[in-house]
Design a protein around this ligand. Structure first.
Ligand code: C2E
Ligand code: MG
Ligand code: MG
Ligand code: MG
Length: 287
């Protein structure tokens, strides 16, 4: 294809490679100043329980408004931070910000994403515990979200870390479940509270028998193991209905609510009702 398109294409490719490398460098140096310059904030996406559709918890999601680039998506800067030690600084900022909010929001838990590199950090357990204690928050009000990638590298050590976190009372969720490498065998050996079904399966549910079958299997697996199951990326009434019928216990997605700015999230915390037409809910992303 590149050959057939000729020289112009090759040059374009070189330019975009160059642009990508420059972007990377600028993101790296921008990120290292983002914390001090107050360019980071968290937004909070409601997690809604099955029966009354009340908001029982939130997932904290990181946002970066860069003076250079404007709004940068986590998918663009987290992987870059993850390749350097920046992820630790960023992760600590996220954790402290989420804990500060938790201390003021009663009766809820907040779910925080941790990258594989954070999870494998030396003395991860002690590090988290220290910050939680300093914030004066009960450990069971913090849910630690990790992906399968964090686990499969050194499964034995990961299982031990999860076990100790859970012993201390933290909640553990396996994020993007179904997209990684964990088998049913692995799941059995990890101390978990929650499976989050990756949104690609929810998205495919109405179209492909395979996705629907996978969603049903995960829900049944979670129920059999006594785990909460959160469906991610619920975008339509039909998906919500199908998930409720299938017995899925919790939902998250644009149909229920987009990630919300702090003040709005505080207002809907614990509410039994959320605008079913997600388009009417003001959004953090301005979309
Ligand atoms: P994730 O943890 O799987 O978070 C869910 C992502 O799906 C969020 O994207 C959320 O805004 C988006 N989402 C929620 N509902 C819907 C929906 O109905 N439809 C669609 N299309 N998307 C939906 P976001 O905020 O851009 O974050 C992307 C990823 O970046 C996260 O995926 C997570 O892996 C990572 N991330 C975000 N914040 C943090 C953080 O503080 N620390 C770390 N380590 N990673 C983070
Ligand atoms: Mg997550
Ligand atoms: Mg996810
Ligand atoms: Mg994801």
């Amino acid at each position: 294809e590149a050959k057939r398109a000729g020289r112009g294409t090759v040059r374009l490719f070189d330019e975009s490679m160059d642009t990508a490398i420059r972007f990377r460098g600028r993101v790296e140096s921008g990120l290292s100043q983002a914390i001090d310059n107050g360019e980071l904030r968290l937004v909070y996406q409601p997690i809604v329980a099955r029966d009354q559709l009340e908001v029982i918890a939130f997932e904290a999601l990181l946002r970066w408004k860069s003076p250079d680039f404007g709004d940068v998506q986590p998918s663009q800067f987290i992987p870059i931070a993850e390749e350097t030690d920046l992820i630790h600084e960023l992760g600590d900022w996220v954790l402290d910000a989420a804990l500060a909010v938790l201390a003021r929001w009663p009766g809820q838990y907040v779910s925080v994403n941790f990258s594989p590199r954070q999870f494998r950090r030396h003395n991860f357990v002690g590090h988290i515990m220290e910050r939680v204690q300093r914030a004066g928050v009960a450990p069971n009000r913090l849910q630690i979200e990790i992906t399968e990638t964090a686990l499969f590298d050194d499964a034995e050590r990961a299982a031990d870390t999860l076990y100790r976190l859970r012993q201390m009372g933290f909640r553990i969720a396996l994020d993007d479940f179904g997209t990684g490498y964990s088998s049913f065998y692995n799941i059995r050996t990890f101390a978990l509270d929650c499976l989050k079904i990756d949104r690609s399966f929810i998205d495919g549910m109405g179209r492909e028998r395979e996705s629907a079958a996978i969603v049903h299997s995960i829900i049944n697996l979670g129920r059999a193991l006594g785990l909460e199951v959160v469906a991610e990326g619920v975008e339509t009434a039909a998906q919500l209905q199908a998930l409720r019928v299938a017995g899925c216990s919790h939902y998250q997605g644009y149909y229920l609510a987009r990630p919300l700015e702090h003040d709005l999230a505080a207002e809907v915390a614990g509410e039994r009702y959320l605008a079913p037409d997600a388009d009417l809910v003001p959004t953090a992303d301005g979309t």
